[in-house]
Design a protein around this ligand. Structure first.
Ligand code: SF4
Length: 114
């Protein structure tokens, strides 16, 4: 597998392969790249940003409070399409707790506009 390390602006090009029972990362400029490459190969995760609709109209920009497995992203986006935010909120408020059972909560990333 080829990928790019996103842990710093250097953007090292990584090659990740299984050699026997080991996962071997090549092309990394530092140990963080090796850790990133192994994670991308065995259990890739992403922080997800999206929009939720408000009950009274308009949308709220949100993100997960931690990376979630890539195979859970579609579930999260389906949940987001059906969910409606009610009440007041401000940046950093938790708008939903663990909606797709992977331990990530949904945070508002902007204050409510008047
Ligand atoms: S491997 Fe190290 S130097 Fe290269 S992009 Fe990743 S963090 Fe930066």
């Amino acid at each position: 597998m080829n990928t790019t390390c996103i842990m710093c602006p250097m953007g090292c090009s990584l090659t990740v392969e299984e050699e026997g029972k080991e996962i071997v990362v090549k092309g990394n400029g530092c140990p963080r790249g090796e850790k990133y490459g192994r994670a991308e190969y065995s259990h890739p995760e992403r922080v997800v940003t999206t929009l939720l609709k408000k009950e009274k109209g308009g949308v709220v920009s949100v993100k997960t409070d931690r990376p979630i497995p890539k195979d859970k992203i579609a579930d999260l986006l389906l949940w987001a399409a059906a969910f409606r935010v009610q009440g007041q909120y401000k940046t950093g408020d938790v708008l939903a707790v663990n909606p797709v059972d992977c331990g990530a909560n949904i945070l508002a990333t902007a204050d409510e506009e008047e």
